[in-house]
Design a protein. Structure first.
Length: 387
């Protein structure tokens, strides 16, 4: 009897251990249970995205009912973009994470549905939106090629092409701003249109969106190679943007110039501030010490030196524009107040190589003054010399 109880207990422990082992072994995998309609006894190829190219994972036989199944290893913290191909045609797209079990139903022309993952469902919508846009864009482009380029009809088609591109760009921009922590925004940033592969996010100022997205995703997926590659692309684009701004300002001023909207939504260009001396002050309205600096240091200085030719151009690097505006009004700050919601990734901040806040620069005439200022005493010393 004792032996039987021992064996029973041992068996229960063994079953428990087997269950734990099964859970652990499945934890690093994801499963796709697929159905390919109208193509029984065929085969599909499963590929994953390796930054900018496809890598084949497996070739699967489709049974007589159109069913197939695939298990894929997923590294912790590194979801994978996975695609199912029927011949040369992509028939399904999913975003797989560890432990996912997805049900995918597709036909041979590229229509598909996916269940089992909110991220994959979202990614499916991204792919479908892109397919609709490219179909429309390609149709208009082919129509244009068949027309006399100088005809009125060609001019009308060109306008339609431009409207299609701009409309899609704005829609995708809204998508990445509404989903900053979803990996599905990564392929959106690299989408192209037409036979010339025109980038949807090809404007040089789109560097700001690349930077914002990479920073947001890094908080959720710090180990993702997709996020790492996006961060490198953001740096490259930000460098090009900074270079463009510097070249545009070359010969005009002896300091980097930029333009931002003030609290009344009126754009104010730094180089157009009419003053003998400008204090360019970068700050954050969310920091209590920096708010006190306004009242304890900047306000007394402004009162003493404004009549002698001083102006303050204060740049808040804050994502919350409403909170910034509230602080400016509550403190009744009388100088020029502008805000750049891109934070330390803002073009204005990059122009001045800012890595932390607050920072103050002194501009006299057309040049930056080579003086270190950090407190009221050092500021007054420089201002007394210049004014």
């Amino acid at each position: 009897m004792r032996s039987f109880r021992f064996l029973k207990a041992y068996g229960a422990c063994a079953l428990f251990a087997a269950a734990v082992f099964s859970l652990v072994s499945c934890g690093g995998k994801a499963t796709i249970d697929g159905t390919l309609e109208n193509a029984p006894l065929s085969e599909v190829v499963v590929k994953k995205l390796d930054i900018n190219r496809y890598v084949t994972i497996d070739t699967l036989k489709v049974d007589s009912d159109g069913k197939y199944s695939c298990r894929i290893d997923i590294e912790k913290g590194q979801p994978e973009f996975v695609y199912v191909f029927y011949g040369d045609r992509k028939v399904a797209s999913v975003l797989l994470d560890r432990g996912d079990r997805l049900t995918v139903v597709s036909d041979t022309v590229g229509n598909f549905t996916v269940e089992g993952s909110e991220e994959s469902r979202r990614f499916a919508e991204v792919e479908k939106d892109y397919a609709r846009f490219t179909a429309e864009f390609d149709s208009l482009t082919n129509c244009l090629l068949a027309l006399d380029p100088d005809s009125g009809e060609a001019s009308l088609v060109k306008k339609k092409i431009g409207a299609s591109y701009i409309g899609y760009y704005r829609d995708r921009l809204r998508y990445i701003m509404e989903n900053p922590y979803s990996l599905t925004v990564v392929p959106v940033l690299y989408q192209v249109a037409g036979p010339d592969r025109l980038p949807v996010f090809g404007q040089i100022t789109d560097a700001i969106h690349f930077s914002n997205v990479s920073d947001s995703l890094a908080t959720v997926y710090p180990d993702s190679r997709y996020v790492a590659a996006l961060k490198e692309e953001a740096k490259r684009r930000s460098g090009l943007l900074e270079l463009k701004v510097r070249l545009q300002n070359a010969g005009e001023t002896g300091y980097p110039d930029f333009e931002l909207a003030d609290i009344n939504a009126r754009k104010v260009r730094l180089s157009e501030v009419d003053a003998k001396v400008i204090l360019l002050h970068f700050w954050s309205s969310s920091d209590a010490l920096q708010k006190m600096f306004n009242l304890d240091v900047l306000k007394p200085i402004y009162e003493d030196y404004h009549s002698r030719g001083l102006e303050i151009y204060q740049v808040a690097l804050d994502a919350d524009k409403a909170a910034w505006a509230s602080v400016v009004k509550d403190q009744n700050l009388p100088w020029i107040n502008v805000c750049d919601i891109s934070g330390l990734n803002a073009a204005s901040a990059r122009l001045y190589n800012i890595s932390s806040l607050p920072v103050t620069f002194v501009i006299s005439g057309d040049s930056l003054v080579n003086e270190k200022v950090s407190d009221e005493k050092s500021l007054r010393k420089v201002l007394d010399k210049l004014l």
